[in-house]
Ligand binder design. Structure first.
Ligand code: NZQ
Ligand code: ZN
Length: 383
């Protein structure tokens, strides 16, 4: 196993009713001024806004609202939130929503403490030299795993780059699967596929297999099983709670212990998102099988194990099993109703895929190192 240091500072409050039960006491540990951040308004329709504002009011907090955080949050939105936080001397950011709200708030927590431009600084000095405003998240849709890490994925529209910024990792995260009952079903599924994608991207590297891989294979099997349960029974609370915890587990660092992970599908999808604003999980669904047919030969044995343990492939030959596993993944994507081509995803046919490929970050750690030309070829195959 590779050397590692592991820490995760987020306290998780999991389950139905956890906000009402534990948020009031938690708020006592922070100052008076709270930035209440949320998205386009779903929390006003499903009762979460009323519940949270009631708790904030009872705790005597001064609340400033930061609303309208869009899916695939922009750097301009981060600046808007940072200005609000600064103006109102905010002591705590309370992010209520999915990965987009959480990510935007992480970057706000760093930008509000800095005179410099966070984006420029990120390329010079990693981290948040000015400090961070504390963050607490209430998750209302699952998949990204943003709730238990410090990474924020932000779209810089001017530069046409969707990329990582570091910000506050939440001190605490409330994961109430009951909040997801109002999420459009297609988003539930694309979020769950995002979790599967994180697990797959973490699993496929060139390191020796270790305990993280054993845990990961079990997690992938669980995600596949629970997505199928939801297809038959969309409101199933148990399946939704399994998927909620899998979302956090896939990105809280545990599966990455002792590994060098690649995340090349994410790098491609993020740039596709920068050019098209497509849905994250659905974009990943289109790209994954095509990418894997290009890279599996770099680690046939690992792909064969994935095929056998997640998809039940019975081929004795590793190469045949590896290919059967990729076919099973592609069939699963179809079965769960996610797009299998860019056309189905709604990507305009004249999208500049060459520019997407040329701006995709190429990371080490994948079974086969790609170059921009091969990334372009994969993107064209996705059309
Ligand atoms: O904006 P509102 O009105 O709240 O509607 C949202 C949004 O339209 C809706 N929604 C959320 N909770 C709901 C609900 N609708 C009804 N009932 C509820 N309870 O769901 C839609 C999608 O929300 P969004 O936050 O955009 O989705 P997701 O959680 O998938 O986040 C996507 C973003 O996270 C980034 C993605 O790239 C994308 O920008 N990622 C962040 C990661 C991280 N920080 O670790 C890792 C991921 O790989 C990913 O890149
Ligand atoms: Zn993702």
């Amino acid at each position: 196993m590779n050397n590692f240091t592991f820490e995760n500072k987020t306290t998780v409050f999991f389950g139905k009713g956890s906000v009402a039960e534990s948020l009031p006491a938690l708020l006592g540990g922070y100052g008076k001024n709270v930035l209440l951040a949320y998205g386009g308004g779903s929390i006003k329709n499903n009762g979460v806004y009323d519940e949270v504002t009631g708790i904030l009011e009872a705790a005597g907090k001064n609340v400033t609202e930061f609303s309208g955080i869009m899916s695939n949050p922009t750097y301009a939105k981060v600046q808007e939130g940072a200005a609000l936080a600064l103006e109102n001397d905010v002591d705590l950011i309370l992010a209520v929503g999915g990965g987009s709200v959480s990510d935007c708030c992480k970057a706000v927590s760093a930008q509000a403490k800095l005179d410099e431009d966070l984006w420029e600084l990120e390329n010079v000095k990693h981290g948040a030299p000015g400090g961070l405003i504390p963050l607490v998240t209430i998750v209302t849709v699952f998949g990204t795993g943003s709730e238990m890490n410090a990474g924020a994925v932000i779209t810089n529209e001017e530069l046409k780059v969707k990329g990582p910024l570091w910000g506050a990792q939440a001190d605490a995260a409330f994961l109430d699967p009951a909040y997801t009952m109002s999420v459009p079903f297609v988003q539930v599924i694309s979020g769950a596929f995002d979790t599967l994608s994180h697990a797959m991207e973490t699993y496929f590297d060139t390191c020796a297999q270790n305990l993280s891989d054993d845990i990961n294979l079990a997690l992938m099997g669980s995600v596949v099983r629970n997505i199928r349960t939801l297809l038959d029974d969309p409101q199933n609370y148990e399946a939704r709670s399994e998927l909620a915890w899998a979302s956090a587990m896939a990105e809280n660092g545990i599966l990455k212990i002792g590994k060098l992970t690649g995340f090349e599908c994410h790098m491609m999808e993020h740039q596709l998102g920068a050019y098209t604003n497509c849905n994250h999980g659905a974009g990943l669904a289109v790209i994954h099988p095509h990418l894997y047919r290009h890279i599996y030969e770099g680690n046939v044995e690992r792909f064969a194990r994935f095929a056998r343990e997640v998809w039940g492939a019975s081929d004795a030959d590793d190469n045949a099993a590896a290919l059967a596993g990729i076919d099973a993944l592609a069939a699963f994507i179809k079965e769960i109703g996610l797009p299998t081509t860019f056309a189905e995803l709604g990507i305009p046919a004249d999208t500049d895929l060459r520019a997407v490929a040329d701006s995709t970050v190429i990371l080490p750690g994948v079974p086969k190192q790609l170059d921009a030309d091969e990334i372009y070829q994969i993107l064209v195959e996705c059309k």
